[in-house]
Design a protein around this ligand. Structure first.
Ligand SMILES: [Ca+2]
Ligand SMILES: [Ca+2]
Length: 189
C-alpha cells in the first residue's frame, strides 16, 4: 500500500468512526474485473435487499482502471429506472478512478477533479431525484466508453445509503492527499 493510499484509508476510517449516525454501504465487486470496451455500454448491477428510505446517497466508485478517463460517461440508474448521468467525460487523457465519491452534499465540483479521481465531488447532475424513495431493488451503474484505443476495467463500486460524509476540512485533505502534497506536509510536522 502506497503512503498516499494509506493516508486516504486512514482519513476515511477516522471519518467513518467519528460519525454519530451510520447508514449502510452496499458493495459490488467484480472478480475478475468487468471489461469496459470501446463504443459500448457496460452495466453492473448492485442489489440492495433493504427497503430503507433514502435520505442521502453516495455513489462510490472504488476501483476503476482506464487509460483515458474522458472516454467514460457514467450513469446511475435506480430500481425505478430513474437515471442520473453522474460523470460525463471528465479527466482528459488521465488514468483511473480510485475512491471517488459522488454526493450532493460535497462542495467540490466534479469538473475540478483530476485523475486519478479520488475524493468527494458533486455529481455531474443532481442525484436529488434518487432520494426519498426505498433503496430496495437492483441498481445499475451504466458506463459508456465513447473513444477508441483506450479501454478499462471496473472492479468495485458501492452505494452508501444514509451515510454521513466527512466534514469539509477532511474532504479538503482527501482532495489534497490525492495530489500527494499532504503526505509531504505531514512529514514536516
Ligand atoms: Ca492516459
Ligand atoms: Ca475507449
Amino acid at each position: 500500500m502506497s503512503p498516499r493510499t494509506l493516508l486516504l484509508s486512514v482519513l476515511l476510517l477516522v471519518s467513518a468512526c467519528s460519525a454519530v449516525r451510520a447508514g449502510t454501504v452496499y458493495t459490488k465487486v467484480h472478480d475478475p474485473g468487468l471489461s469496459l470496451p470501446d463504443f459500448a455500454t457496460t452495466e453492473s448491477i448492485l442489489n440492495i435487499p433493504d427497503a430503507t428510505l433514502i435520505d442521502s446517497l453516495t455513489l462510490r466508485i472504488n476501483n476503476l482502471t482506464h487509460t483515458n478517463i474522458e472516454d467514460l460517461h457514467i450513469t446511475l440508474i435506480a430500481p425505478d429506472e430513474t437515471a442520473v448521468l453522474v460523470f460525463d467525460g471528465r479527466g482528459g487523457s488521465g488514468d483511473n478512478i480510485f475512491n471517488m465519491w459522488l454526493d450532493e452534499r460535497s462542495h467540490y465540483q466534479i469538473f475540478n477533479g483530476f485523475s486519478p479521481f479520488t475524493g468527494i465531488f458533486q455529481p455531474e447532475n443532481s442525484m436529488a431525484g434518487l432520494l426519498n424513495k426505498s433503496a430496495f431493488g437492483d441498481w445499475k451503474l451504466s458506463i459508456y466508453d465513447n473513444g477508441t484505443l483506450d479501454v478499462g476495467t471496473l472492479e468495485s463500486w458501492s452505494l452508501a445509503v444514509n451515510e454521513p460524509i466527512p466534514e469539509p476540512s477532511t474532504m479538503a485533505m482527501l482532495v489534497i492527499a490525492a495530489s500527494g502534497f499532504v503526505v509531504v506536509r505531514l512529514r514536516r510536522v
